[in-house]
Design a protein around this ligand. Sequence first.
Ligand code: GTP
Ligand code: MG
Length: 975
Amino acid sequence: MPAAQEPKGAAADKKPSQRRRRGGKKHPKPDGDQRRREKQEAPTEEAPQEPVQRSRGRRNRNPQKEPEAKKLEEDSDVLLAFGALLKTNDPAAAAAHAAYERHEDQARFIEDARRLLAMSPSERKAMVQRAPPGMAMPPPPPGIGRSPPGSPRRVGAPAAPHPGSPRRNGPPPGLVPSVDHLPPGLAALALEVAAEGNPPPGISRSPPKPTDDDDVAAALSALISGNTPEEPPPKPKKKWEPPRVHVRRGGRVSFTAPDGQKGPLRPRARLDVSWELRVDEDVEVGSRRDVSVGLFRVGAPTNDAAIVAKQGKGTVEETGLARGAVAFFAPRAAGAFVFRLLDPEPPGQQQKPKSERPKASSNVYATSDKLDVVVRTHDDLLDSLKASLQQLEEPGRSRLGALQQLAVVAETLPASLAPKRLTHVGGRSGSSAEKKCREKLRACLARCLDELAKNVPGPLTLATRRRADELPFDVDETEEDALTRERAWSVLSEEDEVAARDAFEQQRVAKIKKQRNDDRRARDVHAACRRLCAAFNGNSASRQWLESAAPEQARRLDDVSTRWDALLEEFWPGGADGVAALRRHYDRADSFFRPTHQPSAQQHGFAWRALDDACARVLPQLFPSENFFKRREEVRRRVEACLNNADVLGNGRRLVLRVFGSSANLFGAEGADLDMCVVPAASEEDTELSSPEVCRRVGEALESAGAKNVQVRDTARVPIVLFADPQTGLDCDVSTHNPLALRNTELLRAYAKIDGRVRGMAYVIKKWAKIRGINSPSDGTLSSYGYILCVLAFLQTVPNPPILPSLQRLDLDWPNPKNPDRPPPERVPHPFDASRDVCLSFHDPDKTGSLADLREIAGRNRQSLGELLALFFRHYAWDVDYRNLVVAPRTACVLPKANKAELDCWPQNPHLAIEDPFETHYDVAHVLKYPKHQLVRKEFMRASKLIDDAAAQRVDPDLVLDYICEPLPVPDQVM
Ligand code: GTP
Ligand code: MG
């Protein structure tokens, strides 16, 4: 049978992933000898080996194979092809199968199937339509006779091999289908056919298939058996809507403890929540306005997950505000919470169970300050633990949530509750309720540690393995399965084959999605367990509890903690496997990427000095020449004149081109692009600037003036035209409405003037990021602007004393006393998002004359540029808690991600997040997705590691900057 020769070509053509089983064990690729052996065993009329076409909907065009295959001489071929046809929901095939199930006459069935397969789809369709009810198959056409009753086939004897059939010695390896999933009649028939020859060793009638480890094999069996898998109906495409929307209506919601207590509250403390909401002008004074007040965990992504929501009844006052108050209790478990003011639930919904209620409105009219609930007394502790441990056991409740609550308790357990001082929950004595609680907690920790012992691949590992085709994500099937499938398809008509391939493709995609969801779920569970374990390690009171009450778990935790990889977010397996895995992932195989001890001047001083010297050598080459600004100004003037001549604003309105970005912020190097922005000469004329039309006119004007490579991006958030200046070759861009970029350029420029180390660091970091390929937002890495913000935030928070203040927080009158009559900084509408406003004010030392004072303060820090660079790399490599913190030069202090999640719906993921200084709802690093965040972080780690190596004399300190800024190897040219 010619199809039997297809396997080798097909196997050779496959990607490595397609040759793998899930366990990672590769199918041996046939070597030359094996191929020769198989060739010799194969029948003489073997067709040339040609890869099986596996692309969707394409037929196998093997010219020699096709006529042979079409003959369907073998019963097994008929069976396979019929199975594939049945899978396409062909009504004639279904009728034939139904008929067979009634009469169980195998020979007759085979003949019916053979006849059906010889027909075209339209003939089959017409046949079904012609057939009278109850009559599945028409009488055979002349020439195709039914087996006479009592023929050898009827009594179950093996079918006589067709004369001239190539498979005289039984089916070639890999072509005996599994019969486990066939309907009983078909299974018997298949076995009968298979028994014709001697099945090759190792092929059993029911090969042991590990449960769901080989779902494609199961899919194949389903294909043969005709059990169409349940396909979910196609979902209508839904427009994405943010889960929560802040509606600016002057709402307010706040809480007070009845005793006026400030700060964190105890679990179940009583609270009075008051709210107010501005109502529409036409609403009558004295009328009712209801709301819903919900208690949420900080950052809960939707309004549906309220811990508790109460309806608030308010009365409209003359001020145009409706006001009301609701009584609440703080949650039983520790954590951080907020109240949100929402639309009221429609009447009659409150009584319904949660699952039956409609989704909560996405509108949020106001959010309260954060409510911190902490455990302070032994009773609180017991209560909180009991609540979470109970939640862990109750079906239908969130276990991840319960683990997180336990983690919060462990993270915040006060020293007063450490077991040394109190022998209650953590100690040896206590009530039986306490003992039970302790036992449950021990068991919970043991389960978490078991979970951590599993090697759940982190997102980067998965992404890397997917790229390297190591994961069986594309096709998780054996070679035999694939070949059997291909063989079944190859004998179908073109139309049926397309249908069969489509059905298979749908199944494959559904399987990939399921696998990815399972991966994500496994990672979430892993992360929750890790957080709980880390909490017991990180808080000394909890650690003491662990050591006294669960010494075994404490020991296991120590062991597992040493194998945690912060970059890949997974635990390495111990021993040689772990070492091998580490080597695969990191390019410096001799030493692993782990933080060393906090660097000290004693150990690292030599390397820092060497780095400083290297910076001193490099920086003069990086700083722009005197011509830099002059040349750019000439280009700006020329472009400005060109746009005015073309009257791009219309009606003769004049425009001014203003420069922003590195050509104006004092962080520009030769070769940087020239960023320009259109500003109307008369300030009130900016209404149309954001329109795509202006952008297109700019593009046309530049093109007619001879600009090269003009690209108009009129649908971008900020419409922009990119081009190259024909005279200088300079890369330029003109945006038509970008006032915030002009403002943030002024801010960056102000910071740059305060201390020479600010510019020095930014130049080295920009050079490093460009050379290491992590400075391209269009490729998913960070913009230069993002790196500069990272540098500013670092200089505000890490060096001691800090080198930079927050110019946005510094009083405008500083260093003079605050002027009490100065109005508060004005908030203006966001230039292209009417639902928001922005505060553009900052302390500009040039304008206020405070530059000398700021320089004097910065100068109190004596750390060298080399040391600061080393600390910068280390900080972003190891010290930043990416999951929980946001880089925010506006605040010059730690900004929790939960706050941004709450107010601006930022995702609480472990990616780098940078708050824009003016557009505070905008994450400058939002382009960084996995694995690009990890790529950037890996570069921070690499640089930090190189400096550590230089300090330990493993790397020549004089060359350490060269190593850090080593160009990436050029990828192999693809011919
Ligand atoms: P090089 O061109 O690489 O030398 O750096 P650059 O300083 O010009 O930075 P970049 O090209 O990344 O950005 C140019 C300017 O655009 C920045 O100075 C900002 O004013 C503005 N910009 C860039 N990215 C953002 C962003 O994400 N948000 C906002 N608001 N402005 C941005
Ligand atoms: Mg630029």
